[in-house]
Design a protein around this ligand. Structure first.
Ligand code: LLP
Length: 433
């Protein structure tokens, strides 16, 4: 199928996820239900690692961006597949720690880390801090000093590169809340300051230009600028930086019209650019890192819903309402994101028209997708929304006091609940009576 290797249609016309019938999963675990094809996630991890090893002569590492899907189980899968991790909050660091993740392979991000989060991450043995700003640099240096450690750091740099993606997920340009700017001299200045601090050691440079990017050129442009910075750090500060971390952002297919580059083409272009820049600037080949989130789990996720009603407004549109919505999938309301959907009970049937899939939240904008070609839907059908592995569970809320769905991981013929469904008691458990 177009969106993931793990998807197919069975002889009795049901959607299959790996070797599991989606309709049977919905019956067994209830809906809404997040399904994670763990084999697909593992394949994605392996493809990233293998492609990097094949295309790049120097050292390299892929870090799983935890924010895309942060659970104990997914952290363990990423660790087993040899990936490092990016964490962006105390909660993500804590999850990785409790999962038994090798903490020396963790990069701690964030533009406003609190002193408590910094202390927690240092106590947990987080390998690298990606420092965002000057106040944080001083804070990290002071807390490391109190703990008697020298913390390895990289700075988050805005390389001044624009890319074509949603405004909300662009981060490489100068007008961004993340990081220090290259073109104003802010980046050089903060490195100079760090060089004089006793409890931090700069190990490399970091940038992340945005998310869901289909073009390779902006990444190459970022490499030119970041490696020029590495050379400048060497020449003006005598500072040797060995890591070039280019962040995440590799785009995936959400719509039949989406045409992302092949991972191998992307990595090859990036690796070649790094190599030629290293030669030109007489730099050793850096340890090349990426932080893919969406590319690791996006197409491994499917959300299953039960259709509650079908409302046709003549001449206007048909609403197919399901038992979830913006609380479990906020990507439409936030970004107008597109997601493919199909009726899992009749997965191979030809569409009979286009519908709008509506959620059950008390909000008109609570849609899951518009203009979705579907066969005629009816109450009781199982509706599958595809490519929901990244930024769905991790951005889910309890809006309208909806309990968050369960998540089931599928591996071969095995299946396992990795996040249990919230109960009404969970919902009131933090309220003080
Ligand atoms: N590294 C850093 C520093 C990041 O900020 C991000 C994503 C990533 C890596 C992973 O990016 P990816 O490979 O997944 O594109 N909620 C939005 C996406 C926000 C991305 C935030 N940062 C969405 O649903 O599209």
């Amino acid at each position: 199928m177009l969106y993931a290797e793990c998807l197919s249609v069975s002889a009795d016309n049901h959607l299959m996820i790996g070797s599991h019938d989606a309709v049977a999963l919905a019956k067994e675990y209830g809906t809404p239900l997040y399904v994670l094809d763990e084999d697909q996630m593992r394949r994605n991890c392996r493809e990233y690692r293998q492609t990097l090893a094949d295309c790049y002569a120097g050292e390299s590492m892929a870090l799983f961006a935890s924010k895309a899907l942060c659970t104990l189980h997914t952290a363990r899968v990423a660790a087993e597949e040899g990936l490092g991790a990016d964490a962006v909050s105390g909660g993500e660091v804590y999850t990785l720690l409790k999962a038994g993740f090798p903490m020396e392979k963790v990069f701690f991000h964030g533009n406003c880390k609190t002193p408590e989060e910094i202390a927690l991450a240092m106590d947990a043995g987080v390998g690298f801090f990606v420092v965002d700003n000057r106040e944080e640099l001083d804070r990290v240096n002071a807390i490391a000093g109190e703990k008697g450690v020298v913390q390895k750091i990289l700075f988050r740099v805005k390389p001044g590169v624009d890319c074509h993606t949603h405004e909300y997920i662009k981060t490489g340009q100068i007008d961004s809340k993340f990081g220090v700017a290259l073109e104003t001299g802010e980046a050089l200045e903060i490195h100079r300051r760090a060089a004089g601090l006793p409890n931090v050691r700069v190990e490399g440079v970091h940038c992340h230009i945005g998310s869901q990017i289909f073009e390779i050129e902006p990444f190459c442009e970022a490499i030119h600028r970041m490696m020029a910075l590495m050379a400048e750090l060497r020449d003006s500060l005598g500072m040797r930086t060995r890591i070039l971390n280019l962040g995440g952002g590799f785009g995936i297919r959400y719509d039949a019209k989406d045409d992302p580059p092949l991972l191998a083409d992307y990595i090859r272009r990036v690796a070649d650019t790094v190599k030629s820049e290293a030669e030109r600037l007489a730099l050793p080949l850096p340890c090349l890192m990426f932080e893919p989130g969406r590319a690791i789990v996006g197409n491994a996720g499917v959300t299953l819903y039960t259709v509650g009603s079908v409302k046709t407004i003549p001449g206007i549109r048909t609403y197919v309402a399901v038992d979830g919505g913006m609380a479990d999938n906020p990507r439409y309301i936030l970004y107008g994101a597109k997601h493919p959907a199909l009726i899992a009970d009749r997965a191979g049937d030809a569409p009979e028209g286009s519908v709008t899939i509506a959620g059950k939240c008390c909000e008109s904008g609570d849609l899951i997708a518009e203009d979705v070609p579907l066969p005629r839907a009816k109450a009781g059908d199982i509706l599958a929304v595809l490519v929901t592995g990244a930024y769905h569970y991790s951005m889910a809320s309890n809006y309208n006091r909806l309990p968050r769905p369960a998540m089931v991981a599928l591996r071969g013929n095995e299946k396992k609940v990795i996040v249990r469904r919230e109960t009404y008691d969970d919902l009131i458990s933090h309220d003080v009576p």
